[in-house]
Design a protein around this ligand. Structure first.
Ligand SMILES: [Zn+2]
Length: 293
């Protein structure tokens, strides 16, 4: 899958399915409803705490709300250095949303709050508030970079330049070929199996906080920014990053595939409570917007 390859998604899927390593790591879904067969059950996230903060009574389920489901983190693949890449699926509705908690390892400001976000989304799913959705969250797509404090993976490849977009450009920094990295293959496999209608990806930037979008994501970006900014820093919507992003997930899913995708850029250095609240409020705002359509 090199630059200029116009293979259909189906052809790409076939190719990816003969990739032995990816097959081993595949998350199996059961059609549009996205029923998961967990390959390796991991410890479930804490049921309490969440975006309202640990110990805050307002963050706990209201009386009468059904217990959150027992959905647990599953391994969807392994990094270059063998670290697990984990994902969780919440709900069983027909509208599929994928949230990628991190892809650049040193951009931790939003990523560190993914478990809190999952706690809140778990409660929303259990209460029926998000019944029309199946939500899949990838906790951290670049665990080696996160452990090393680097943007790239352990081989020095930028995992957000390694997707089979038409504008993929092979290089040492982007990888010798699209999907050359096991982390990208693991996330790509989830995208092919789960077939999300919407993708949200967490990043951080010195110019943050802002939301960039590709595909038909403008209205969704507005909804996220408005909700995320309600309690603190103003979030801007930025239609263009202002520089080329060959082989990015946004190029593949949003530009080539025309799917709505939000690149959510927290402000570097601001990863405290306000970032946690912005993440949870922003995602919930985006879901509210999707429900209205
Ligand atoms: Zn980034």
């Amino acid at each position: 899958m090199r630059r200029g390859d116009n293979a259909t998604a189906g052809q790409q899927a076939k190719r990816s399915r003969v990739n032995e390593r990816e097959s081993e790591n595949r998350v199996v879904t059961g059609g549009a409803r996205g029923t998961w067969l967990c390959i390796a059950a991991c410890a479930a996230a804490s049921l309490f705490g969440g975006c309202a903060g640990g110990g805050n009574p307002s963050g706990r389920p209201a009386p009468g709300v059904p217990s959150p489901s027992a959905a647990a983190w599953s391994e969807i693949g392994r990094s270059v250095e063998g670290r697990p890449i984990e994902a969780i699926s919440l709900g069983a509705g027909p509208r599929r949303v994928l949230i990628i908690g991190g892809i650049h390892g040193d951009e931790t400001e939003g990523t560190r709050h993914v478990d809190a976000l999952v706690d809140d989304l778990r409660r929303d799913a259990a209460s029926g508030e998000t019944a029309e959705f199946t939500l899949v969250v990838i906790r951290q797509g670049n665990p080696d970079g996160a452990a090393r404090g680097t943007r790239e993976n352990a081989r020095g490849v930028d995992l957000n330049r390694n997707w089979p977009a038409r504008n993929f450009a092979p290089s040492a920094a982007n990888g010798p070929a699209a999907l050359s990295e096991p982390e990208t293959r693991a996330m790509h496999g989830v995208l092919l199996d789960f077939r999300p209608g919407v993708v949200l990806v967490l990043h951080a930037s010195h110019n943050g906080p802002f939301v960039n979008f590709d595909g038909d994501g403008g209205r969704l970006a507005d909804a996220f920014a408005q909700a995320a900014g309600a309690g603190g820093a103003r979030w801007r919507v930025v239609p263009s990053m202002g520089y080329p992003t060959p082989g990015s997930l946004g190029s593949w899913f949003g530009v080539d595939g025309r799917g709505p995708i939000l690149t959510i850029e927290f402000r570097r250095g601001d990863g405290g409570d306000e970032a946690r609240e912005a993440l949870c409020a922003g995602v919930r705002g985006a879901l509210r917007d999707l429900r209205r359509r």
